[in-house]
Design a protein around this ligand. Structure first.
Ligand code: FES
Length: 260
């Protein structure tokens, strides 16, 4: 898939949470096609300690307003610098990178998709849910966070499907972790997608395996070059060691060695 090096204009920067901001970017030209699960690499200008681009997953593509949304978790100098971008600033990005989630062509509209996310891992699930909805499916979202304020973009998620929530302190939804939510025992799912902390994704993968449900995960291995050159994102799979940036970030859990 063709990659582009683009200067995009910031149209909005919303601080959704002390540690997260939502950047909306646009271009004078039509944005390139992007698929859910893909990511971009952002050049960080003005941070002397940040030499490498930062990989950020595509949160949403608003085709009507020609906008790309990026949910940024502020976890280091680079992402803190990115969070300082303001309306009208220009951001340099390489996009789109990586593969995307797969949507089985044989599925019918009554097939059930469960999208499980935690923390910043909920980001790619919004775009995935919107694409599933536009194909006629009714995705079900299961989102988790430590507390109420950590579960982000609920209004956006609820436009595309039913949303269930867990919080560790019980301030919203069911108390506990996503993998303890009662919906997992009440419903049957045909396909699961997940993104978030590795422990959570492993637990989701185990649940899927126990029910013989196909499951795709979005890996968040440390990345630097984003093009398969530095080998810092390598993951051990049944096909050997592969670069997550070029072979992923989406993998079917059958390909990973998590459950061995
Ligand atoms: Fe460099 Fe994947 S980030 S090889």
């Amino acid at each position: 898939m063709k990659k582009y090096l683009l200067d995009l204009k910031v149209t909005e920067n919303d601080r959704l949470h002390p540690n997260y901001c939502l950047l909306k970017l646009t271009s004078e030209n039509l944005l390139p096609e992007m698929f859910p699960g893909q990511f971009v690499e952002v050049r960080v200008d003005g941070s002397p300690s940040t030499f490498l681009r930062r990989p950020i997953s595509v949160n949403y593509v608003d085709k009507e307003s020609n906008e790309l949304w990026l949910l940024i978790q502020l976890i280091g100098d680079g992402t803190r610098k990115i969070a300082e971008y303001r309306k009208g600033d220009t951001m340099n990005l390489v996009l789109p990178l990586g593969n995307g989630f797969s949507i089985p062509e044989s599925f019918q509209t009554n097939n059930k998709f469960l999208l499980v996310g935690g923390g910043v891992g909920t980001a790619p699930l919004l775009f995935l849910g919107s694409c599933l909805k536009s194909l006629g499916y009714e995705p079900i979202f299961l989102l988790g966070g430590r507390s109420k304020i950590d579960v982000l973009q609920l209004d956006n998620f609820s436009k595309f499907g039913k949303v269930y929530v867990t919080t560790e302190d019980g301030s919203l939804g069911e108390k506990g972790f996503v993998t303890n939510h009662s919906i997992l025992e009440k419903e049957y799912f045909d396909q699961i997608y997940t993104c978030g902390p590795k422990l959570m994704m492993v637990a989701v993968a185990k649940y899927a395996a126990s029910k013989e449900i196909s499951c795709e995960v979005s890996l968040e291995n440390t990345m630097a070059c984003g093009i398969g050159a530095c080998l810092c994102c390598v993951e051990n799979t049944v096909d050997g060691h592969v670069c997550v940036c070029t072979e992923g970030p989406i993998f079917n859990t059958k390909k990973l060695k998590w459950l061995d």
